[in-house]
Design a protein around this ligand. Structure first.
Ligand code: ADP
Ligand code: MG
Ligand code: ZN
Length: 607
């Protein structure tokens, strides 16, 4: 909601009113009277009596509370004394022969009196009321008239403002291809009309967060050169029932006026959730909004050239009615980038930065498997920031590599104090991982080992980078991975005879992988190809629920334990057979703190 868009306009106006009023009042009370009137001098009643008997008084004015008089030949001063209520005063005045009189109490004209005592406050209240209602109206969605709640705040973007084109979106070629057709349609709808083909009314971009869905929608608008109405799903959901629906109506009316154009609804899952039967009133508003959206999508003429794009990372929660043909019938997956895609994204974001000439983008891309476009953009930016911190004018390879690690494990904790004993344990732990990985087939080569602590809490880590990316993971690879995870703990046990908490993350990862193998990948002998878990959320991860009986669940736990134990034993076997290398490499790491994969392999392979 765009609350209180421009409070600046009204406040100063009122402010100036008040200032002007104050100035006028001040002038009235202090300046004007003294300009017009004589100087007042207070005197005693006795002085007045003396002056009166002496006959020096020219004129007397008796007022309720005071007596004012002027002396002969003296126009500059007016003398004032209290009125004592002297009953003989009139006689005395008569005697001395001065001009005297009583002031006529000044009465305000009745209408003026009425205006000031009633009109003023009423005016004030009217003004205040207007201001408040304006404010309230804005909170409820703006609009010019008190009764039209919830006109939409759909921002109108024109092509110059999104400023994005397909060139800004790297990778995602399939998505771009699908959207290209929409762009072409917006350019010349006649071509499609002539053949009788109907363009899809809407396309739904689905994919994990940060993969460039919003960016793609903006790029479509930029490419098509048409107005771009963008609104986020959450903006439809309002406090007042009916306001969201009104916004939808308003948005589509605006869009139809501006056709051809693009309407982009970001995070559509906020309004597009499945409608369920007996919701507790709380869902009313959302359902009304969704119903309105469905109606509008049916209602408008697709030939006019209004294309609706929507984005979500929770497609499974969307209402089926939204997805039926005639509405969002195109579904465009925007997946995490592959190796080539990652390299392209890195290059796109490096374009507007001063990069060294010999940057190996492919190497960075290889080290960032699973990273989204947003994360890659962040990595490039972090690298640029690091270059600035180090007083360089260009971003170098080392900056990029360091920022990859920063994103994975946090910043280096330069000041962290780690005791020599602990450092030794960490060194053996990391070499344990690396040795197990290197001495098995089917595992990714070691890229880097470090025992510099990180802000994430890691005291060291071993980075493995696959030569090439594979889309499938074989059972052997999975088992080898678990074995590698256990390698750290095994090394600690073999060398020091005791174990530490340093393996907590390894344990978590190993358990997760073992459980996935058993419940979802059909990689256990006991259960075979039986799905024991269902994934609730394809894109947001880590959200699965068991789909089996409690007895089976208990069996799964046993199976997971068994699998990890076997891997542990295997790692123990590998390390026990290579104790000299374990010592040699750990000593070397302890001394250097960070070693590369090449150094590691060199020591491992020499005899
Ligand atoms: P989402 O899919 O969550 O809507 P965004 O479109 O908001 O993701 O992407 C966030 C940012 O990540 C973009 O502004 C852009 O800088 C970067 N980004 C994501 N994907 C890509 C891509 N394919 N090419 C270039 N930059 C990308
Ligand atoms: Mg987005
Ligand atoms: Zn470890």
């Amino acid at each position: 909601m765009n609350e209180i868009k421009n409070p600046k306009v009204r406040k100063p106006l009122l402010f100036y009113y008040v200032i002007a009023l104050l100035i006028i009042m001040l002038l009235n009370t202090f300046l004007f009277p003294s300009l017009l009137r004589r100087v007042e001098v207070s005197v005693d009643y006795s002085t007045f009596m003396n002056d009166l008997s002496a006959g020096t008084i020219q004129q007397v004015e008796v007022q309720d509370k005071q007596i004012e008089y002027l002396l002969n030949d003296d126009d500059k001063y007016v003398y004032i004394t209290g009125n004592m209520g002297d009953p003989n005063l009139v006689d005395r005045l008569e005697e001395s022969g001065v001009i005297y009189g009583k002031e006529i109490p000044e009465e305000m004209p009745w209408f003026l009196y009425f205006l000031i005592s009633f009109g003023g406050p009423i005016l004030l209240f009217i003004l205040l009321g207007r201001m408040l209602s304006k404010n309230l109206e804005k909170r409820m969605g703006g609009g010019s008239n008190a009764m039209t709640f919830g006109k939409s705040n759909a921002k109108v973007y024109v092509e110059a403002q999104t400023g994005k084109t397909f060139a800004d979106v790297a990778g995602e070629d399939e998505a771009k291809e699908a959207l290209d057709e929409i762009v072409d349609f917006l350019h010349n709808p006649q071509k499609y009309e002539a053949i009788g083909a109907q363009m899809p009314k809407g396309a739904l971009l689905v994919g994990p967060p940060g993969t460039g869905k919003t960016l793609l929608a903006k790029a479509v608008a930029g490419e098509a050169n048409v107005p771009f109405f963008s609104i986020s799903g959450s903006e439809f959901v309002e406090m007042f029932v009916g306001a969201g629906a009104a916004r939808v109506r308003d948005l589509f009316r605006q869009a139809q006026d501006k056709a051809p154009c693009i309407v982009f609804i970001d995070e559509i899952d906020t309004i597009g959730k499945k409608r369920d039967g007996g919701g507790l009133g709380g869902n009313d508003e959302r359902e009304q909004t969704l119903n309105q959206l469905l109606t509008e999508m049916d209602g408008f003429d697709g030939k006019k050239g209004v294309v609706i794009l929507a984005a979500t990372n929770r497609p499974e929660t969307l209402d089926a009615a939204l997805l039926r043909p005639g509405r969002f019938d195109r579904r465009i997956p925007v997946e995490l980038p592959d190796l080539a895609g990652r390299e392209a994204i890195l290059r796109v974001h490096a374009k507007d930065k001063q990069m060294a000439d010999n940057i190996d983008y492919a190497a960075v891309a290889r080290a960032t498997a699973g990273a989204s476009g947003a994360e890659l953009a962040n990595i490039v930016n972090e690298a640029a920031l690091r270059a600035v911190r180090n007083n360089r004018t260009r971003v170098e390879q080392g900056d990029l590599e360091e920022s990859v690690e920063t994103v994975i494990a946090g910043y280096q904790r330069k000041g962290a104090v780690v005791s020599p004993k602990e450092k030794e344990i960490v060194a053996y732990h990391e070499i344990g991982h690396a040795l197990v990985a290197a001495l098995q087939k089917h595992s990714a080569p070691v890229h880097k080992i470090t025992i510099i602590p990180r802000t994430s809490g890691a005291l060291g880590y071993t980075m493995q980078v696959a030569e090439e990316e594979s889309l499938l993971m074989s059972k052997e690879e999975a088992i080898n991975k678990i074995t590698t995870y256990t390698g750290g703990r095994v090394a600690e046990e073999l060398i020091f005879g005791s174990i530490t908490s340093g393996a907590s993350n390894d344990i978590e990862q190993a358990t997760k992988l073992a459980r996935t193998m058993i419940t979802r990948l059909g990689m256990s002998d006991t259960f075979g190809m039986m799905a024991l878990e269902t994934v609730n959320n394809q894109y947001l991860g880590a959200d699965a629920s068991l789909a089996c009986s409690e007895q089976t669940a208990a069996k799964i736990d046993g199976e997971v334990r068994e699998m990890i134990q076997q891997c542990y034993d295997k790692a123990k076997e590998i390390l026990s057979a290579n104790m000299p290398k374990l010592h040699e490499l750990s000593k070397y790491l302890l001394e250097k703190e960070t070693i590369t994969g090449e150094e590691f392999m060199e020591i491992l392979n020499r005899d």
